[in-house]
Design a protein around this ligand. Structure first.
Ligand code: COA
Length: 265
């Protein structure tokens, strides 16, 4: 299994735990691949009825590792099509295909895919310190993971616009009020709360559970097609001088200078 992630199955629940707290649980290629393989394997494993995503060290996830973004943004990466790194896109494409319930357990920051992943979850529990953020635009990018339609569906259009275009953080309380989060629980009860909900789902009649989930989701549009459209826009923007400047500035720990980046082209 990849470093920085732990995936365990217990009592019918697959727990996917991000363990890269020194880098705020930013997701690397091997971490995405491990999650994709785990989600895939669970589809045909009768012993698994639900998934729980959880972070560590007081953080859910700071999103995609920006070093990987920068590598994809380099002109030398042009030959391979660029865009969202392949392991990340593979993972994102799997999310709408998952048939078993997914539960997000969020403590602290949930940034980028840390937030858009939650839009695919059936239940989300958060601690008072949870903060959901989607700073794609400030990185010179567009949103991903189908959040173009899932965010308005979850939050309503004006709040989705605030999250994605203004880059406003959503506190746990605001996310709860918006209906994005099911409950706010103390940090020391987060995992137990998520596992309790998962175990209650495991105990349900399995076929009826999967059918109910499928029926509840029938009003969603074709999320796979939305993901592909987002990925196309992402691939173009990722090579823009502004995106490169945003990635470099973050790694150099300085504010970005978009005007200068545009001039340099
Ligand atoms: N990719 C790569 N490294 C990341 C990262 C990311 N998305 N998020 C955090 N890190 C690394 C930092 O570079 C730093 O590494 P270092 O100790 O080697 O310098 C370490 O994690 C700790 O982060 P730091 O920025 O020092 O902590 P902070 O508490 O001041 O800020 C964040 C935390 C998450 C607010 C800040 O790191 C951040 O904004 N990260 C980027 C989030 C983002 O834009 N993600 C992409 C979304 S599409």
């Amino acid at each position: 299994m990849a470093q920085d992630i732990e995936i365990k199955v217990e009592n019918g629940v697959q727990v996917i735990r991000l363990l890269r707290a020194d880098k705020k649980n930013a997701l690397t290629g091997p971490m995405y691949t491990a999650m994709s393989e785990a989600l895939d394997a669970a589809e045909t494993n009768e012993a698994i009825a639900a998934h729980v995503f959880i972070g560590s060290g007081g953080v859910f996830s700071a999103g995609n590792d920006i070093n990987d973004f920068l590598r994809r943004a380099e002109p030398s990466a042009k030959g391979d099509g660029g865009g969202i790194p392949a392991p990340s896109l593979d993972f994102i494409r799997r999310l709408p295909k998952v048939t078993k319930p997914m539960i997000g357990a969020v403590d602290g920051l949930a940034i980028g895919i840390g937030t858009t992943l939650l839009m695919h979850c059936d239940l989300v529990y958060a601690t008072p310190s949870a903060s959901l953020r989607a700073p794609f635009l400030d990185l010179g990018l567009v949103q991903e993971a189908g959040s173009s339609v899932l965010a308005p569906a979850r939050l309503g259009y004006p709040r989705a616009f605030e999250l994605i275009c203004l880059g406003e953080p959503f506190s746990a309380e605001r996310a709860l009020a918006a209906g994005f989060v099911n409950a706010i629980v103390p940090a020391d009860q987060l995992e137990a709360t998520a596992l309790d909900a998962a175990c209650r789902l495991v105990a349900k009649p399995r076929q009826a559970l999967l059918a109910s989930r499928r029926l509840l989701r029938q009003g969603f549009p074709d999320i796979g097609a939305v993901i592909d459209k987002e990925a196309e826009a992402y691939a173009v923007l990722m090579r823009s001088p502004e995106a490169r400047e945003a990635f470099t500035a973050f790694l150099e720990k300085r504010p970005p200078d978009f005007a200068k980046a545009r001039q340099k082209g």
